[in-house]
Design a protein around this ligand. Structure first.
Ligand SMILES: Nc1ncnc2c1ncn2[C@@H]1O[C@H](COP(=O)(O)OP(=O)(O)OP(=O)(O)O)[C@@H](O)[C@H]1O
Length: 362
């Protein structure tokens, strides 16, 4: 398989001793859309800047299309970077802003113009080609930045929170355009974001980072349904997490004894009988039943008490108290349950199918 980008044990320690990135491994296929997702300060931007060549790496190897680029300056790497600030030249027209990278590369005027015209048309910017960026909207400026990154025909486009400055509606519209464009061009995109929904809707795979390390690399759906670490389970989606001791692990399924009963799910990673483990249950997978669990030993049956209940349109929003210490927000479709099922103070049993929950080592 041909890899466009490979990071092998890449690390970055800044001069002041801050370890920003450590032991980062990643292999990206040609045409993939990869998102780096994680809390502020986890090392996303540093990693992107190391790929672009703006930041020297402290350890490891970066390869682009098989060639080690560790010591190449940014302009000699087959990458383009788009920053959140767009960094457009205010005194140049849109056309010149877009063509500037080709000018620097020494391309003849006729070739330059042809390429710029093509990208102006692809991004619907022809009508504003002769204007200056300071007289344009945020969305238009964002498209110009994108055009400028793409016109040099990079192997890899690196995007650092490029939609961060846009309002929510525009952001959604441009997300769709970006995905479409990426598919059409077949260029590899590496996208930094701390917006979970953006990463989940745009990318082929997401790299979840935490404190300079990779927690998990998976397609969005898998990250959602099969988290492999406690950090990912807490960071992505809305999960309930229960901790306990493994009483049985067989054929990919494990049962965990917890203070709330014996709970089970599919195993992700190595989990051994007698060891500590966590059961991760997505809130979407939870079913509700009126009354307390039928037996204290019933599997996947967690007792809960309703503490808040409110109908909002077709949905009833409820909050339940699990064990005196934990409160959980859930939603139930009003048509699915009788009106009095969720009166404040009533007892409920939360359940789920073992196939919808994940067991990970604690
Ligand atoms: N030039 C620098 N010198 C020293 N430490 C730095 C420097 N740049 C970043 N750091 C530190 O490195 C760590 C990673 O920073 P980085 O900007 O890569 O994180 P990030 O995940 O992109 O965060 P954000 O989402 O807030 O942009 C942080 O602890 C940050 O404070």
């Amino acid at each position: 398989m041909s890899h466009d980008l490979e990071l092998i044990q890449v690390g970055k320690t800044y001069d002041d001793g801050t370890v920003a990135v450590a032991g980062f491994d990643l292999a990206v296929s040609r045409g993939e859309f990869i998102a780096f997702l994680g809390p502020s300060g986890c090392g996303k931007t540093t990693t992107l800047r190391m790929i672009a060549g703006f930041e020297a790496i402290s350890s490891g190897t970066i390869r682009i299309r098989g060639r080690v680029v560790n010591d190449l300056p940014p302009e000699r790497r087959p990458t383009s970077t788009i920053f959140q600030s767009y960094a457009l030249f205010p005194h140049m027209t849109v056309r010149r802003n877009i063509g500037y990278g080709l000018e620097v590369k020494g391309l003849a005027k006729a070739d330059r113009e042809a390429k710029v015209d093509r990208i102006l048309a692809a991004l619907g910017l022809e009508d504003i080609a002769e204007r200056r960026p300071d007289r344009l909207s945020g969305g238009q400026r964002q498209r110009i930045a994108l055009a400028r990154g793409l016109v040099v025909e990079p192997d890899i486009l690196l995007l650092d929170e490029p939609l961060g400055a846009l309002d929510a509606n525009l952001r959604r519209a441009i997300q769709n355009e970006l995905r479409l464009l990426q598919r059409t061009l077949g260029i590899t995109f590496v996208f930094v974001t701390h917006a979970q929904s953006e990463a989940l809707s745009l990318s082929d795979r997401i790299v979840v980072m935490n404190q300079g390390r990779v927690e998990q690399i998976s397609p969005p759906r898998e990250l959602y349904t099969r988290p492999s670490t406690a950090f990912v389970a807490q960071f992505i989606g809305r999960n309930m997490i229960f901790e306990g001791t493994v009483v049985e692990a067989r054929d990919g399924t494990a049962s965990i004894r917890t203070p709330l009963g014996v709970l089970s799910g599919l195993v992700n990673g190595a989990v051994g009988e007698g060891g500590s483990a966590k059961v991760v249950v997505p809130s979407e997978a939870i079913t509700l039943r009126a009354g307390v669990p039928s037996s204290p030993h019933a599997g996947n049956a967690v007792p809960a008490r309703v503490v808040h209940s409110q109908v909002v349109g077709h949905v009833r929003r409820i909050a339940v108290d699990l064990d005196g210490a934990r409160r959980l927000a859930l939603e139930a479709h009003v048509d699915k349950y009788p009106d009095d099922a969720f009166a404040v103070g009533s007892h409920l049993t939360l359940g789920w199918s073992p196939g919808d929950a994940t067991v990970i080592a604690a």
